[in-house]
Design a protein around this ligand. Structure first.
Ligand code: CA
Ligand code: CA
Length: 229
């Protein structure tokens, strides 16, 4: 069955399940989409209305087009905070679940996260463990964003002290498509150094550090991709 249709048909049930699973432990099953890219353009343009420009076989983590707070690989998006910093999506669920909202990038939905001045840390992310055995087949991620400076984190199970591998981006007032190669990720350096093993990726997350001024970031069209090193 067409994934979008399937998700639409089950979105009410998933929403109810999501409310019951606000701890993010419960899982649901979805078909995993490995994209057959029919867009022959390689311009890299990210003008509104463009289709995602990713290599054949890329793995879609989420394009948010189903409007729910589940990703496309069978798990949930979440927000997290130090307990002081306020953070929520532009369209939070009744339990604070980060639902996507209408966007201006040519698609229907993106995930927009808003936060207050960051006390210690605050962020958002999603679990990718349902496709953990596939991620080592890729060597980069690609996503679109608009908004504030932010750091993408590719969290692996070997990191026990939260000093996760990350790559930071500057602010952008317009939608921007970025590719982050796994080899360019780096730990912050304040924790124990561990080797990056793509077979051990558990979560994709974003974190704003202490002192970050209040702001917002929108993300969309997040893929695991294979690119030339
Ligand atoms: Ca979704
Ligand atoms: Ca979208």
């Amino acid at each position: 069955m067409n994934l979008t249709k399937w998700m639409a048909l089950t979105s009410v049930a998933l929403f109810a399940l999501g409310l019951a699973a606000c701890d993010g432990v419960n899982k649901y099953e979805v078909e995993v989409v490995e994209l057959e890219n029919t867009n022959s353009s390689s311009s890299g343009s990210d003008e509104p209305g463009d289709k995602p420009d990713v290599p054949d076989g890329s793995l879609l983590l989420d394009d948010f087009e189903d409007g729910d707070h589940g990703n496309q690989v069978g798990d949930w998006w979440f927000v997290y905070t130090d307990g002081t910093t306020e953070i929520a999506s532009d369209n939070p669920g009744s339990e604070g679940e980060p639902f996507p909202s209408a966007t201006d990038n040519g698609s229907n939905y993106a995930l927009t996260i808003k936060y207050g001045e960051v006390s210690s840390y605050a962020g958002w992310g999603t679990n990718v463990t349902p496709v953990a055995d596939k991620i080592a087949g890729y060597n980069a991620v690609q996503y679109k964003y608009k908004g504030a400076d932010h750091c993408l984190r590719v969290e692996i199970s070997d990191v026990a002290d939260y000093d996760h591998y990350k790559y930071c981006q500057g602010k952008s007032a317009e939608w921007k498509t970025v590719t982050v190669k796994f080899k360019d990720l780096a730990q912050g350096g304040w924790g124990s150094p561990v080797e990056f093993n793509p077979a051990h990726v558990e979560k994709i997350s974003y974190q704003q550090e202490a002192g970050t001024p209040a702001g917002s970031v929108s993300i969309d069209d997040f893929y695991f991709i294979k690119v030339a090193e």
